[in-house]
Design a protein around this ligand. Structure first.
Ligand code: MN
Length: 499
Protein backbone atom coordinates (compact mmCIF):
# COMPACT_ATOMS: atom_id res chain seq x y z
CA UNK A 1 0.00 0.00 0.00
CA UNK A 2 2.80 2.37 0.83
CA UNK A 3 4.77 1.45 -2.25
CA UNK A 4 5.37 4.49 -4.38
CA UNK A 5 7.87 5.34 -7.05
CA UNK A 6 11.61 4.97 -6.72
CA UNK A 7 11.99 8.70 -6.75
CA UNK A 8 15.25 10.35 -7.76
CA UNK A 9 16.69 13.79 -7.18
CA UNK A 10 18.73 15.54 -9.83
CA UNK A 11 22.00 17.16 -8.84
CA UNK A 12 22.62 20.26 -10.96
CA UNK A 13 25.82 22.23 -10.61
CA UNK A 14 25.94 25.79 -11.83
CA UNK A 15 28.92 27.48 -13.46
CA UNK A 16 29.76 29.57 -16.53
CA UNK A 17 32.34 29.50 -19.34
CA UNK A 18 34.41 32.44 -18.07
CA UNK A 19 37.08 30.29 -16.43
CA UNK A 20 37.89 27.94 -19.31
CA UNK A 21 37.56 24.24 -20.06
CA UNK A 22 40.00 23.02 -17.45
CA UNK A 23 38.03 24.68 -14.73
CA UNK A 24 34.73 23.29 -16.12
CA UNK A 25 36.25 19.80 -16.24
CA UNK A 26 37.13 20.13 -12.56
CA UNK A 27 33.64 21.39 -11.74
CA UNK A 28 32.09 18.33 -13.42
CA UNK A 29 34.53 15.96 -11.74
CA UNK A 30 33.96 17.47 -8.30
CA UNK A 31 30.18 17.41 -8.54
CA UNK A 32 30.28 13.78 -9.68
CA UNK A 33 32.35 12.92 -6.62
CA UNK A 34 29.86 14.66 -4.37
CA UNK A 35 26.97 12.74 -5.95
CA UNK A 36 28.83 9.45 -5.55
CA UNK A 37 29.56 10.21 -1.91
CA UNK A 38 25.95 11.19 -1.19
CA UNK A 39 24.66 7.99 -2.78
CA UNK A 40 27.21 5.84 -0.95
CA UNK A 41 26.56 7.50 2.42
CA UNK A 42 23.47 5.50 3.36
CA UNK A 43 22.04 8.75 4.71
CA UNK A 44 19.70 9.49 1.81
CA UNK A 45 16.38 7.70 1.31
CA UNK A 46 16.43 8.35 -2.45
CA UNK A 47 19.03 8.29 -5.20
CA UNK A 48 20.80 11.41 -6.44
CA UNK A 49 21.38 11.61 -10.20
CA UNK A 50 24.25 13.71 -11.54
CA UNK A 51 23.45 16.11 -14.37
CA UNK A 52 25.89 17.94 -16.68
CA UNK A 53 27.03 21.35 -15.44
CA UNK A 54 24.58 24.15 -16.17
CA UNK A 55 26.33 27.08 -17.79
CA UNK A 56 23.81 28.78 -20.04
CA UNK A 57 20.31 30.15 -19.86
CA UNK A 58 19.19 27.63 -22.52
CA UNK A 59 20.61 24.59 -20.77
CA UNK A 60 19.25 25.68 -17.38
CA UNK A 61 15.79 26.16 -18.85
CA UNK A 62 15.91 22.85 -20.73
CA UNK A 63 17.15 20.85 -17.72
CA UNK A 64 14.62 22.30 -15.28
CA UNK A 65 11.78 21.64 -17.71
CA UNK A 66 12.99 18.07 -18.15
CA UNK A 67 12.91 17.75 -14.37
CA UNK A 68 9.30 18.98 -14.42
CA UNK A 69 8.21 16.27 -16.83
CA UNK A 70 10.33 13.39 -15.52
CA UNK A 71 7.89 11.32 -13.45
CA UNK A 72 10.62 9.87 -11.26
CA UNK A 73 12.26 13.18 -10.45
CA UNK A 74 10.94 14.48 -7.11
CA UNK A 75 13.16 17.52 -6.96
CA UNK A 76 16.39 19.19 -7.96
CA UNK A 77 19.45 19.84 -5.81
CA UNK A 78 21.47 22.80 -7.01
CA UNK A 79 24.92 24.07 -6.11
CA UNK A 80 27.04 26.85 -7.62
CA UNK A 81 30.59 25.49 -7.61
CA UNK A 82 31.87 28.64 -9.33
CA UNK A 83 29.99 31.81 -10.14
CA UNK A 84 26.84 31.37 -12.21
CA UNK A 85 25.27 34.71 -13.11
CA UNK A 86 21.76 34.43 -11.74
CA UNK A 87 19.97 36.17 -14.59
CA UNK A 88 20.73 32.95 -16.50
CA UNK A 89 18.46 31.13 -14.05
CA UNK A 90 15.40 33.40 -14.18
CA UNK A 91 13.48 31.77 -17.03
CA UNK A 92 14.30 28.24 -15.96
CA UNK A 93 13.31 28.87 -12.36
CA UNK A 94 10.10 30.61 -13.36
CA UNK A 95 9.11 27.50 -15.30
CA UNK A 96 10.26 25.04 -12.64
CA UNK A 97 7.49 23.47 -10.52
CA UNK A 98 9.04 20.87 -8.20
CA UNK A 99 10.79 21.16 -4.82
CA UNK A 100 14.25 22.66 -4.99
CA UNK A 101 17.16 22.37 -2.58
CA UNK A 102 19.92 24.92 -2.70
CA UNK A 103 22.84 22.93 -1.30
CA UNK A 104 25.39 25.49 -0.21
CA UNK A 105 28.59 23.47 0.05
CA UNK A 106 32.16 23.56 -1.24
CA UNK A 107 34.30 20.81 -2.75
CA UNK A 108 37.34 21.38 -0.52
CA UNK A 109 36.90 21.39 3.23
CA UNK A 110 39.95 23.43 4.14
CA UNK A 111 41.57 26.48 2.55
CA UNK A 112 44.82 25.12 0.95
CA UNK A 113 46.98 27.76 2.61
CA UNK A 114 50.27 26.80 1.00
CA UNK A 115 49.09 26.56 -2.59
CA UNK A 116 46.06 28.79 -2.90
CA UNK A 117 46.17 31.18 -5.87
CA UNK A 118 43.60 33.06 -7.99
CA UNK A 119 42.90 30.00 -10.18
CA UNK A 120 41.85 28.09 -7.08
CA UNK A 121 39.77 31.03 -5.90
CA UNK A 122 37.92 31.27 -9.22
CA UNK A 123 37.26 27.56 -9.33
CA UNK A 124 36.08 27.23 -5.72
CA UNK A 125 33.86 30.17 -5.02
CA UNK A 126 30.54 28.72 -3.81
CA UNK A 127 30.67 31.25 -0.96
CA UNK A 128 30.31 33.85 -3.65
CA UNK A 129 28.40 32.05 -6.43
CA UNK A 130 25.74 30.64 -4.12
CA UNK A 131 24.97 34.14 -2.85
CA UNK A 132 24.36 35.41 -6.36
CA UNK A 133 22.19 32.37 -7.04
CA UNK A 134 20.26 32.67 -3.75
CA UNK A 135 19.49 36.29 -4.53
CA UNK A 136 17.40 35.47 -7.55
CA UNK A 137 15.07 33.19 -5.56
CA UNK A 138 14.50 35.98 -3.08
CA UNK A 139 13.93 38.42 -5.93
CA UNK A 140 11.46 36.01 -7.58
CA UNK A 141 9.81 35.25 -4.24
CA UNK A 142 10.33 31.53 -4.87
CA UNK A 143 10.18 28.83 -2.24
CA UNK A 144 13.34 26.77 -1.85
CA UNK A 145 15.23 24.98 0.89
CA UNK A 146 18.75 26.12 1.74
CA UNK A 147 21.14 23.70 3.48
CA UNK A 148 24.68 24.84 4.22
CA UNK A 149 27.47 22.47 5.19
CA UNK A 150 30.21 20.16 4.04
CA UNK A 151 29.03 17.38 1.74
CA UNK A 152 31.00 14.63 3.47
CA UNK A 153 29.48 15.30 6.89
CA UNK A 154 26.85 12.78 7.97
CA UNK A 155 24.67 15.38 9.69
CA UNK A 156 24.52 17.43 6.49
CA UNK A 157 23.75 14.35 4.42
CA UNK A 158 20.95 13.50 6.85
CA UNK A 159 19.54 17.00 6.45
CA UNK A 160 19.41 16.44 2.70
CA UNK A 161 17.76 13.08 3.32
CA UNK A 162 15.18 14.70 5.57
CA UNK A 163 14.42 17.33 2.91
CA UNK A 164 14.03 14.56 0.31
CA UNK A 165 11.17 13.13 2.39
CA UNK A 166 9.49 16.55 2.42
CA UNK A 167 9.94 16.80 -1.35
CA UNK A 168 8.34 13.40 -1.89
CA UNK A 169 5.48 14.57 0.35
CA UNK A 170 5.05 17.59 -1.92
CA UNK A 171 5.04 15.47 -5.08
CA UNK A 172 2.85 12.71 -3.65
CA UNK A 173 0.34 15.10 -2.06
CA UNK A 174 -1.41 15.48 -5.39
CA UNK A 175 -1.92 11.70 -5.57
CA UNK A 176 -3.88 11.51 -2.31
CA UNK A 177 -7.53 10.57 -2.73
CA UNK A 178 -9.76 10.51 0.33
CA UNK A 179 -12.95 8.45 0.41
CA UNK A 180 -15.73 9.88 2.55
CA UNK A 181 -18.30 7.25 3.48
CA UNK A 182 -19.81 9.65 5.97
CA UNK A 183 -20.19 13.39 6.14
CA UNK A 184 -18.73 15.60 8.84
CA UNK A 185 -20.18 15.01 12.31
CA UNK A 186 -23.17 17.24 12.84
CA UNK A 187 -22.39 20.64 14.35
CA UNK A 188 -18.63 20.04 14.56
CA UNK A 189 -16.64 22.97 13.18
CA UNK A 190 -12.93 22.19 13.20
CA UNK A 191 -13.17 19.05 11.06
CA UNK A 192 -15.00 20.96 8.30
CA UNK A 193 -13.26 22.59 5.37
CA UNK A 194 -13.27 23.70 1.76
CA UNK A 195 -12.65 20.62 -0.38
CA UNK A 196 -12.21 22.60 -3.57
CA UNK A 197 -9.56 24.78 -1.94
CA UNK A 198 -7.86 21.63 -0.58
CA UNK A 199 -7.60 20.29 -4.12
CA UNK A 200 -6.27 23.62 -5.38
CA UNK A 201 -3.69 23.89 -2.59
CA UNK A 202 -2.73 20.27 -1.92
CA UNK A 203 -3.96 18.33 -4.93
CA UNK A 204 -6.21 16.16 -2.74
CA UNK A 205 -9.31 14.57 -4.27
CA UNK A 206 -12.00 14.17 -1.64
CA UNK A 207 -15.05 12.19 -2.75
CA UNK A 208 -18.15 10.83 -1.05
CA UNK A 209 -19.59 7.33 -1.44
CA UNK A 210 -22.78 5.99 0.14
CA UNK A 211 -21.76 3.91 3.14
CA UNK A 212 -23.89 1.02 1.95
CA UNK A 213 -21.79 0.66 -1.20
CA UNK A 214 -18.73 -0.17 0.86
CA UNK A 215 -20.91 -2.21 3.25
CA UNK A 216 -22.03 -4.32 0.27
CA UNK A 217 -18.36 -5.00 -0.53
CA UNK A 218 -17.89 -6.09 3.11
CA UNK A 219 -20.90 -8.40 2.88
CA UNK A 220 -19.50 -10.02 -0.26
CA UNK A 221 -16.29 -11.18 1.44
CA UNK A 222 -16.22 -14.98 1.60
CA UNK A 223 -16.27 -16.88 4.86
CA UNK A 224 -13.00 -18.56 3.89
CA UNK A 225 -11.24 -15.21 3.50
CA UNK A 226 -12.65 -13.99 6.81
CA UNK A 227 -11.69 -17.16 8.68
CA UNK A 228 -8.13 -16.97 7.37
CA UNK A 229 -7.75 -13.37 8.54
CA UNK A 230 -9.29 -14.15 11.93
CA UNK A 231 -6.68 -16.91 12.30
CA UNK A 232 -3.98 -14.33 11.53
CA UNK A 233 -5.40 -11.99 14.19
CA UNK A 234 -5.52 -14.79 16.76
CA UNK A 235 -1.90 -15.71 15.99
CA UNK A 236 -0.65 -12.17 16.10
CA UNK A 237 -2.55 -10.55 18.95
CA UNK A 238 -3.38 -11.41 22.52
CA UNK A 239 -7.10 -12.12 23.05
CA UNK A 240 -8.61 -10.39 26.08
CA UNK A 241 -11.89 -12.20 26.61
CA UNK A 242 -12.49 -10.58 30.01
CA UNK A 243 -15.41 -12.84 30.73
CA UNK A 244 -17.03 -12.59 27.31
CA UNK A 245 -18.21 -15.70 25.54
CA UNK A 246 -15.39 -17.10 23.40
CA UNK A 247 -17.60 -17.92 20.41
CA UNK A 248 -19.38 -14.57 20.40
CA UNK A 249 -16.02 -12.79 20.79
CA UNK A 250 -14.64 -14.57 17.74
CA UNK A 251 -17.76 -13.71 15.73
CA UNK A 252 -17.31 -10.04 16.55
CA UNK A 253 -13.65 -10.22 15.55
CA UNK A 254 -14.76 -11.86 12.29
CA UNK A 255 -16.95 -8.85 11.55
CA UNK A 256 -13.85 -6.63 11.70
CA UNK A 257 -11.95 -9.07 9.47
CA UNK A 258 -14.71 -8.76 6.88
CA UNK A 259 -14.57 -4.98 7.16
CA UNK A 260 -10.79 -4.94 6.72
CA UNK A 261 -10.94 -7.09 3.59
CA UNK A 262 -14.02 -5.40 2.13
CA UNK A 263 -12.78 -1.87 2.79
CA UNK A 264 -9.36 -2.58 1.33
CA UNK A 265 -10.89 -4.09 -1.82
CA UNK A 266 -13.23 -1.14 -2.23
CA UNK A 267 -10.45 1.42 -1.67
CA UNK A 268 -8.09 -0.36 -4.03
CA UNK A 269 -10.69 -0.82 -6.76
CA UNK A 270 -11.53 2.86 -6.67
CA UNK A 271 -7.96 4.07 -6.07
CA UNK A 272 -8.32 5.81 -2.70
CA UNK A 273 -5.52 5.98 -0.14
CA UNK A 274 -7.42 7.47 2.80
CA UNK A 275 -10.87 7.05 4.28
CA UNK A 276 -13.11 8.65 6.89
CA UNK A 277 -15.92 7.03 8.86
CA UNK A 278 -18.51 8.28 11.33
CA UNK A 279 -19.82 6.26 14.27
CA UNK A 280 -23.29 7.70 13.69
CA UNK A 281 -23.50 6.86 9.99
CA UNK A 282 -22.69 3.19 9.53
CA UNK A 283 -25.46 2.07 7.14
CA UNK A 284 -25.60 -1.71 7.18
CA UNK A 285 -22.14 -2.14 8.75
CA UNK A 286 -22.56 -4.23 11.89
CA UNK A 287 -19.78 -2.53 13.86
CA UNK A 288 -17.91 0.73 13.81
CA UNK A 289 -14.71 -0.18 11.93
CA UNK A 290 -12.14 -0.46 14.73
CA UNK A 291 -9.58 -3.23 14.44
CA UNK A 292 -10.16 -3.12 10.66
CA UNK A 293 -9.30 0.57 10.38
CA UNK A 294 -6.33 0.17 12.72
CA UNK A 295 -4.92 -2.51 10.42
CA UNK A 296 -5.57 -0.44 7.30
CA UNK A 297 -3.74 2.52 8.85
CA UNK A 298 -0.82 0.23 9.63
CA UNK A 299 -0.76 -0.76 5.95
CA UNK A 300 -0.41 2.91 5.01
CA UNK A 301 -3.96 4.21 4.55
CA UNK A 302 -4.85 7.62 5.92
CA UNK A 303 -7.77 7.74 8.33
CA UNK A 304 -9.67 10.07 10.60
CA UNK A 305 -12.96 9.74 12.43
CA UNK A 306 -16.23 11.67 12.20
CA UNK A 307 -15.77 12.62 8.56
CA UNK A 308 -12.52 14.51 9.18
CA UNK A 309 -11.02 14.31 5.68
CA UNK A 310 -8.29 16.90 6.36
CA UNK A 311 -6.72 14.79 9.10
CA UNK A 312 -7.19 11.58 7.07
CA UNK A 313 -5.26 13.14 4.18
CA UNK A 314 -2.55 14.39 6.55
CA UNK A 315 -2.14 10.92 8.09
CA UNK A 316 -1.72 9.49 4.60
CA UNK A 317 0.71 12.24 3.64
CA UNK A 318 2.83 11.72 6.73
CA UNK A 319 2.89 7.96 6.17
CA UNK A 320 4.19 8.57 2.64
CA UNK A 321 6.86 10.90 3.98
CA UNK A 322 8.13 8.22 6.40
CA UNK A 323 8.01 5.44 3.85
CA UNK A 324 10.87 2.93 4.01
CA UNK A 325 12.40 4.63 7.04
CA UNK A 326 14.70 2.35 8.98
CA UNK A 327 13.53 1.88 12.60
CA UNK A 328 10.40 3.96 12.04
CA UNK A 329 8.40 4.37 15.26
CA UNK A 330 5.04 5.07 13.72
CA UNK A 331 2.49 7.56 12.41
CA UNK A 332 -1.17 7.69 13.39
CA UNK A 333 -4.43 9.52 13.68
CA UNK A 334 -4.78 10.71 17.28
CA UNK A 335 -7.15 12.68 19.48
CA UNK A 336 -6.53 14.77 22.59
CA UNK A 337 -8.69 13.23 25.29
CA UNK A 338 -7.90 14.00 28.89
CA UNK A 339 -5.22 15.76 30.95
CA UNK A 340 -2.99 14.82 33.80
CA UNK A 341 -2.48 18.04 35.72
CA UNK A 342 -0.32 16.76 38.54
CA UNK A 343 2.67 19.12 38.86
CA UNK A 344 5.74 17.63 37.20
CA UNK A 345 3.68 14.93 35.50
CA UNK A 346 1.59 17.07 33.19
CA UNK A 347 0.46 15.64 29.88
CA UNK A 348 -2.37 14.74 27.55
CA UNK A 349 -3.78 11.25 27.24
CA UNK A 350 -4.25 10.51 23.55
CA UNK A 351 -6.62 7.96 22.07
CA UNK A 352 -9.65 7.73 19.85
CA UNK A 353 -12.89 5.87 20.14
CA UNK A 354 -11.06 2.90 18.58
CA UNK A 355 -8.84 3.96 15.74
CA UNK A 356 -5.19 4.39 16.70
CA UNK A 357 -2.59 2.93 14.31
CA UNK A 358 -0.64 -0.04 15.73
CA UNK A 359 2.53 1.29 14.08
CA UNK A 360 2.96 3.48 17.19
CA UNK A 361 2.54 0.55 19.62
CA UNK A 362 5.15 -0.55 22.07
CA UNK A 363 4.89 -3.97 23.64
CA UNK A 364 2.05 -6.37 23.21
CA UNK A 365 -1.08 -5.66 21.22
CA UNK A 366 -4.37 -7.19 22.35
CA UNK A 367 -7.87 -7.50 20.97
CA UNK A 368 -10.68 -6.28 23.23
CA UNK A 369 -14.40 -5.96 22.80
CA UNK A 370 -16.47 -3.39 24.62
CA UNK A 371 -19.69 -1.55 23.96
CA UNK A 372 -19.26 1.88 22.39
CA UNK A 373 -20.74 4.60 24.47
CA UNK A 374 -22.00 6.17 21.23
CA UNK A 375 -23.93 4.79 18.27
CA UNK A 376 -26.17 1.76 18.11
CA UNK A 377 -24.11 -1.18 16.84
CA UNK A 378 -22.49 -4.39 18.06
CA UNK A 379 -19.62 -4.09 20.51
CA UNK A 380 -16.70 -3.60 18.15
CA UNK A 381 -13.40 -5.45 18.36
CA UNK A 382 -10.39 -3.19 18.63
CA UNK A 383 -6.64 -3.40 19.15
CA UNK A 384 -5.41 -2.02 22.46
CA UNK A 385 -1.85 -1.09 23.33
CA UNK A 386 0.27 1.72 24.69
CA UNK A 387 2.65 3.73 22.55
CA UNK A 388 6.34 4.40 22.28
CA UNK A 389 8.21 7.08 24.19
CA UNK A 390 10.36 9.86 22.79
CA UNK A 391 10.05 13.03 20.73
CA UNK A 392 7.29 13.29 18.14
CA UNK A 393 5.13 15.84 16.37
CA UNK A 394 1.38 16.42 16.43
CA UNK A 395 -0.10 18.37 13.53
CA UNK A 396 -3.48 19.88 12.82
CA UNK A 397 -4.58 21.33 9.49
CA UNK A 398 -7.43 23.79 9.89
CA UNK A 399 -9.50 25.86 7.48
CA UNK A 400 -9.81 29.47 8.65
CA UNK A 401 -12.23 30.43 5.91
CA UNK A 402 -9.73 32.52 3.97
CA UNK A 403 -6.80 30.10 4.25
CA UNK A 404 -5.45 26.84 5.62
CA UNK A 405 -3.17 26.85 8.64
CA UNK A 406 -0.95 23.95 9.68
CA UNK A 407 -0.22 23.83 13.41
CA UNK A 408 2.84 21.79 14.34
CA UNK A 409 3.58 20.95 17.96
CA UNK A 410 6.74 19.21 19.20
CA UNK A 411 5.67 16.76 21.88
CA UNK A 412 7.46 14.40 24.26
CA UNK A 413 5.82 10.99 24.49
CA UNK A 414 5.95 9.21 27.82
CA UNK A 415 4.64 6.14 29.53
CA UNK A 416 1.70 6.72 31.81
CA UNK A 417 2.54 6.04 35.42
CA UNK A 418 0.18 3.12 35.84
CA UNK A 419 -1.69 0.67 33.64
CA UNK A 420 -5.28 1.61 32.79
CA UNK A 421 -6.99 -1.80 32.83
CA UNK A 422 -10.48 -0.46 32.37
CA UNK A 423 -9.69 1.70 29.35
CA UNK A 424 -10.63 -0.25 26.21
CA UNK A 425 -8.63 1.78 23.69
CA UNK A 426 -5.06 2.18 22.46
CA UNK A 427 -3.36 5.24 23.94
CA UNK A 428 -0.39 7.53 23.83
CA UNK A 429 0.57 10.11 26.43
CA UNK A 430 2.55 13.23 25.74
CA UNK A 431 3.62 16.56 27.11
CA UNK A 432 3.53 19.28 24.48
CA UNK A 433 6.50 21.62 24.25
CA UNK A 434 7.40 23.98 25.74
CA UNK A 435 5.16 22.69 28.56
CA UNK A 436 1.53 21.69 28.92
CA UNK A 437 0.26 25.14 29.84
CA UNK A 438 1.95 27.14 27.10
CA UNK A 439 1.61 24.35 24.55
CA UNK A 440 -2.13 23.96 25.11
CA UNK A 441 -2.71 27.73 25.27
CA UNK A 442 -0.87 28.25 22.00
CA UNK A 443 -2.68 25.34 20.32
CA UNK A 444 -6.05 26.76 21.32
CA UNK A 445 -5.10 30.31 20.29
CA UNK A 446 -4.08 28.95 16.88
CA UNK A 447 -7.44 27.19 16.52
CA UNK A 448 -5.94 23.67 16.42
CA UNK A 449 -8.27 20.67 16.34
CA UNK A 450 -8.81 17.86 18.84
CA UNK A 451 -7.84 15.50 16.00
CA UNK A 452 -4.19 15.31 15.00
CA UNK A 453 -1.95 13.58 12.51
CA UNK A 454 0.89 12.35 14.69
CA UNK A 455 4.34 10.94 13.94
CA UNK A 456 7.49 9.96 15.78
CA UNK A 457 9.38 9.89 12.49
CA UNK A 458 8.98 13.40 11.11
CA UNK A 459 10.15 16.78 12.36
CA UNK A 460 8.44 20.13 12.60
CA UNK A 461 11.00 21.39 10.07
CA UNK A 462 9.87 18.81 7.51
CA UNK A 463 6.19 19.63 7.98
CA UNK A 464 6.85 23.37 7.95
CA UNK A 465 8.83 23.01 4.73
CA UNK A 466 5.96 21.00 3.23
CA UNK A 467 3.51 23.76 4.19
CA UNK A 468 5.81 26.38 2.65
CA UNK A 469 5.92 24.44 -0.62
CA UNK A 470 2.11 24.26 -0.54
CA UNK A 471 1.94 28.01 0.01
CA UNK A 472 0.04 27.77 3.29
CA UNK A 473 0.61 29.18 6.75
CA UNK A 474 2.43 27.04 9.30
CA UNK A 475 2.87 27.83 12.98
CA UNK A 476 5.24 26.01 15.29
CA UNK A 477 4.67 25.32 18.96
CA UNK A 478 7.99 24.20 20.38
CA UNK A 479 10.51 24.88 23.09
CA UNK A 480 10.97 28.47 21.87
CA UNK A 481 7.27 29.34 22.01
CA UNK A 482 6.08 32.12 24.25
CA UNK A 483 2.46 33.24 24.19
CA UNK A 484 3.29 36.88 23.53
CA UNK A 485 5.44 36.03 20.52
CA UNK A 486 2.98 33.41 19.30
CA UNK A 487 0.02 35.81 19.37
CA UNK A 488 2.06 38.26 17.34
CA UNK A 489 2.92 35.56 14.78
CA UNK A 490 -0.76 34.74 14.36
CA UNK A 491 -1.53 38.42 13.92
CA UNK A 492 1.23 38.98 11.36
CA UNK A 493 0.32 35.80 9.50
CA UNK A 494 -3.27 36.96 9.18
CA UNK A 495 -1.95 39.87 7.13
CA UNK A 496 0.58 37.86 5.12
CA UNK A 497 -1.73 35.01 4.16
CA UNK A 498 -4.87 37.02 3.48
CA UNK A 499 -6.24 36.09 0.08
MN1 MN B 1 -12.79 12.06 17.02
Amino acid sequence: MLKSKNYQFWFCTGSQDLYGDVCLAHVAEHSQKIVEALNASGNLPYEVVWKPTLITNELIRKTLNEANTDENCAGVITWMHTFSPAKSWILGLQEYRKPLLHFHTQFNREIPYDTIDMDFMNENQAAHGDREYGHIFSRLGMERKVIMGYWEDADIQKKIGSWMRTAVGVIESSHIRVMRIADNMRNVAVTEGDKVEAQIKFGWEIDAYPVNEIAAEVESVSKGDIDALVEEYYDKYEILLEGRDEKEFREHVAVQAGIEIGFERFLEAKNYQAIVTHFGDLGSLRQLPGLAIQRLMEKGYGFAGEGDWKTAAMVRLMKIMTQGMKDAKGTSFMEDYTYNLVPGKEGILQAHMLEVCPSVAEGKISIKEQPLSMGDREDPARLVFTSKTGPAIATSLIDLGDRFRLIINDVDCKKVEKPMPKLPVATAFWTPQPNLQTGAEAWILAGGAHHTAFSYDLTSEQMGDWAACMGIEAVYIDRDTTIRQFRNELLWNSAVYRK
